[in-house]
Design a protein around this ligand. Sequence first.
Ligand SMILES: Cc1ncc(COP(=O)(O)O)c(C=O)c1O
Length: 299
Amino acid sequence: MTDSVTTHQAQDDIRNENILIWVNGVTKPKAEALVSVYDSGFMLGDGVWEGLRLYHGTWSFADEHLDRLFEAAVAIDLDIGLTRDDLVAALDTTAKANNMTHDAHARLMVTRGVKKRPFQHPSLSQSGPTIVIIMEHSRPSAPRPIRLATVPHQRGLPMTQDPKLNSHSKLNCILACIAAEKAGADEALMLDVHGFVNTTNACNFFIVRKGAVWTSTGDYCMNGITRQKVIDLCRANDIPVYERNFSLVDTYGADEAFLTGTFGAQTPVSHIDGRQIGTGGLGPVTLRLQDLYKTLVGA
Ligand SMILES: Cc1ncc(COP(=O)(O)O)c(C=O)c1O
């Protein structure tokens, strides 16, 4: 397996060379959009973020993304210093500055800001938060279904670094991804502390068995907004859906498997640990959910 694919692969778009980036209230050309080497995000991964998509001039599920961002900020005791309306205005300003209305992706990042000295203690971050919005023209284009490999890196218990936090520090997920790539796969399938199948390093994970859709209980994984929308779509369209514990045995024997995330929506999986899943292509239930989701977001 030499051809490499990632779940966040997009069509090349030359316009992204000249984007304007929102940095603490000012839109700046890419080359000038810089943060301090003393920034808490750079130095320690101390920050939280959201990835949002713009379809036909509308931010998809903006309320849910802002709920999750503010909840994460409270959890890490970070004062964003802006209201929800301020953040929506900042997103709109960035979109307008870049003349983007459709098929655009925004990464909204908030860190604890610039530190006085290069050490960990949060009291050293005294400048107020650093807030950055990077927006890109973005049409996802994975050339083939994704291959997964299970890895030794687990989704941990919430009392260490709660895996529900969309923190800047993603080292556990990055190490998982590296391990999966070294095993010849594209992305890592991560187990929970009990050995049940949980999520991938960057997306939520679903299987389909006999027409029913299964995903993890939701413990140990990111409370993905796309994950919840897929569950809601199943319920609204009489597709049986279960949030439950399941093992690799259930997974290898599934008819279909797919990933969810704001960027890629629903991404089919062809292989897990060298086993082909179903036909190895886009299955009928995944296709149906893709169509229902496209209608939901107006893509
Ligand atoms: C580890 C992880 N899982 C899942 C997701 C997908 O979440 P969402 O559907 O809200 O984009 C993300 C995205 O940030 C993530 O980082």
